[in-house]
Write a protein that binds this ligand. Structure first.
Ligand SMILES: Nc1nc2c(c(=O)[nH]1)N[C@H]1C(S)=C(S)[C@@H](COP(=O)(O)O)O[C@H]1N2
Ligand SMILES: [Mo]
Length: 361
């Protein structure tokens, strides 16, 4: 479906939601387009490139309408390798603590890395004569309609102007050197490296500079960390903590939960990512539920906006085996220990220690 691999774990057909098996994710630091996770809230718009337009308005001196041709030839082009991570990745571990009705039970695969290319959002905002005031926000609008939104509305979000003007934020029309596929927002999407995937709006058609964050359902109501006792159906717009920068996190991709593998020396592989602007300093791995730890080998990250792969060779003896991993960033922060300690009613931002259970034969 939608040009994806046969072995994708499909969580929904319409809207189309699918994640790659963890071993596929682990096989390459840049995720192939056919394995890249897909997260959608509505049906895909079908916008031919020649008919696509981007409106740039709000707090700008010179509102613009940009065509695909202008976007791809009239601005300096840049590329950035960036990991997109859905705020709901690893929700399955939160669900095991307490149910989270109506949300996709993402396991390990709602995260992928690609090389994105296109002009900087900053250059397009500059061309429109953006008002330089750090208190402003930049809202993105798209035409796909989300039935789950209250009231039903098209998808949108916003980021602070200070982030929008940073060099890593692109209006991408290429993914891994191909024209951006329709499933990933083609002809043009926003890519906001370092932020939750929800802010990287696909099929973007309008950019508005405004004094408040977007009032869109997915900014004002969803994608927020609510206190554990809150009723998600009853909260008011703006309640809870709005998710923006990704939190320090890691995961184990190989082997994977429930595997039965022959004894011997095996390589454990995974990724680690630090919050906006930080680096990964260390990843610890335990095979005795955290009583003792070994340091994993850190591989170079493909960019400062991408995950850092790690690996560790472990001698696996017959019997049950639990593997735990935790990352530390360059400011000395580490991850919370248990999914129960970060449980929240919509199941976002699980960055507890990674943990898998296997059987060694
Ligand atoms: N227009 C639009 N943009 C969107 C979405 C959407 O449903 N509609 N989903 C968001 C979410 S929640 C995520 S995690 C990423 C997923 O991007 P991908 O499908 O290319 O992996 O797109 C974001 N941008
Ligand atoms: Mo997401």
């Amino acid at each position: 479906m939608w040009g994806k691999r046969e072995d994708m774990i499909v969580r929904g057909r319409l809207p189309f939601n699918a994640e790659p098996p963890p071993s596929v994710l682990a096989s390459s630091e840049i995720t192939a387009v056919d394995a890249f996770y897909a997260r959608n809230h509505g049906p895909f718009p079908d916008i031919p490139a020649e008919r696509w337009r981007l409106g740039v308005d709000g707090r700008v001196d010179n509102p613009l309408t940009v065509t695909y041709d202008q976007l791809t030839t009239g601005f300096e082009q840049h590329s950035v390798v960036a990991t997109l991570a859905c705020a709901g990745n690893r929700r399955a571990e939160l669900l095991a603590v307490r149910p989270i009705p109506g949300k996709e039970p993402w396991e390990h695969g709602a995260i992928s890395t690609a090389e994105w290319a296109g002009p900087r959002l900053a250059d397009v905002l500059q061309a429109a004569g953006v008002d330089h005031d750090d208190r402003l926000h930049v809202a993105f609008a798209a035409p796909d309609v989300a039935q789950e939104a209250r009231p039903v509305q098209s998808y949108g979000s916003s980021i602070p102007l200070s982030k929008a003007l940073r060099e890593e934020v692109l209006l991408a029309w290429q993914m891994n050197s191909q024209p951006l596929p329709r499933a990933h927002g083609g002809p043009v999407r926003v890519v906001v490296p370092g932020y939750i995937g929800a802010r990287s709006v696909k099929w973007v058609t309008a950019v508005t500079v405004q004094s408040v964050p977007s009032q869109n359902y997915f900014q004002a109501l969803d994608y927020r960390i609510l206190p554990p006792e809150a009723d998600p159906e009853a909260v008011a717009p703006g309640e809870g903590i709005s998710l923006s920068s990704l939190a320090l996190n890691c995961d184990i991709l190989v082997p994977t939960e429930g595997d039965q593998i022959p004894r011997g020396s095996r390589t454990v592989r995974g990724w680690a990512i630090a919050g906006d602007g930080h680096g990964i300093a260390r990843v610890d791995v335990s095979v005795d539920d955290g009583r003792s730890w070994r340091q994993a080998d850190l591989h170079p990250a493909p960019s400062r906006w991408a995950w850092r792969p790690w690996s560790l060779t472990v001698d696996m003896r017959p019997g049950p085996l639990n593997i735990t991993a935790r990352a530390w960033d360059d400011a000395g922060a580490t991850q919370p220990e248990s999914p129960a300690s970060v449980w929240n009613p919509r199941g976002y931002g699980n960055n507890a220690w990674a943990h898998i259970k296997l059987t060694i034969l």
